[in-house]
Write a protein that binds this ligand. Structure first.
Ligand code: NAP
Length: 247
């Protein structure tokens, strides 16, 4: 895969899917900016791991749902590297409860962490990328944003919103050669899915045509494709990476 840009910011990338995206993109010779909110030790360890295999990595601490902090981070990256070529909006949380027991703040906190952070990132990156006349953004949504799920009205709304918002940004960015796409992972082995009840995991395993949970690396390779020049005519797309669970 070919990349005409040289750097990428990945939100929430000190662990889980984000960390794997950082490793894979560093392997494609991009300088990766590892964003973390807590646990600097994880971000530092990932930076060292990437540098040990000859990759370029830097860490950057901010809360992706904070307008000013996200905007300042992008400015700092452009000051350092002279550009922001790629952005992956990956930061996300869950707070599962049946809707009847879900307080409004349980709903809005997930919307802020997942959807508002993604909006801020897309808007701020578009400002920079419009001037560059090139750029590519991938938003990590979810299968739950496509099909919904009991106990996840907040998460489903945030991820469904990301899918629709990505298409709207794709319309706005196209004239300036800035592409926006989203990926909808199915069930991927990370801390987020580690705590699922065994019966829920079994239910999904029985219903995934490929017969297994996905690996973070399988999301990361799809991200690399959509960011890269190999996907230069793809914008506004929602790429399912779910083992066939939802077609
Ligand atoms: P994870 O292991 O729980 O990691 C989530 C990451 O997001 C953490 O590094 C966390 O940082 C960071 N984060 C959360 N809120 C943040 C904020 N406001 N600012 C900056 N960073 C923040 O989750 P994951 O499984 O890797 O998921 C990554 C993305 O994929 C999420 O958007 C998730 O919704 C999506 N996804 C996951 C699956 C799955 O099966 N795992 C399926 C579909 C979609 P802290 O450590 O500081 O909290």
């Amino acid at each position: 895969m070919k990349f005409s840009g040289k750097n990428v910011l990945i939100t929430g990338s000190s662990r889980g899917i984000g960390a794997e995206i950082a490793k894979v993109l560093a392997g494609y010779k991009l300088k990766v900016w590892i964003n973390y909110r807590s646990k600097p030790e994880l971000a530092d360890a990932l930076q060292a791991e990437i540098q040990a295999f000859g990759g370029q990595a830097a860490t950057i601490c901010f809360d992706a749902s904070n307008d000013q902090a996200f905007s300042d981070a992008i400015s700092a990256i452009v000051d350092s590297d002279g550009e922001l070529a790629y952005l992956v909006n990956n930061a996300g949380i869950t707070n599962d409860k049946l809707a009847l027991r879900m307080k409004t703040e349980d709903f809005t906190s997930v919307i802020d962490a997942n959807l508002t952070s993604c909006f801020i990132g897309c808007r701020e990156a578009l400002k920079v990328m419009s001037k560059q006349r090139k750029g590519s953004i991938v938003n990590i949504a979810s299968i739950i944003g496509e099909r919904g799920n009991a106990g996840q009205t907040n998460y489903a709304a945030s991820k469904g919103g990301m899918i629709a918002m990505t298409k709207s940004f794709a319309y706005e960015g196209a004239a300036r050669n800035v592409r926006f796409n989203s990926i909808t992972p199915g069930f991927i082995q990370t801390e987020m899915t580690e705590h699922l009840k065994p019966e829920i995991k079994d239910y999904y395993l029985q219903n995934i045509p490929l017969g297994r949970l996905g690996e973070a690396k399988e999301i990361a390779e799809a991200v690399a494709f959509l960011l890269s020049d190999s996907a230069s005519y793809i914008t506004g797309e929602t790429l399912k990476v779910n083992g066939g669970l939802y077609m």
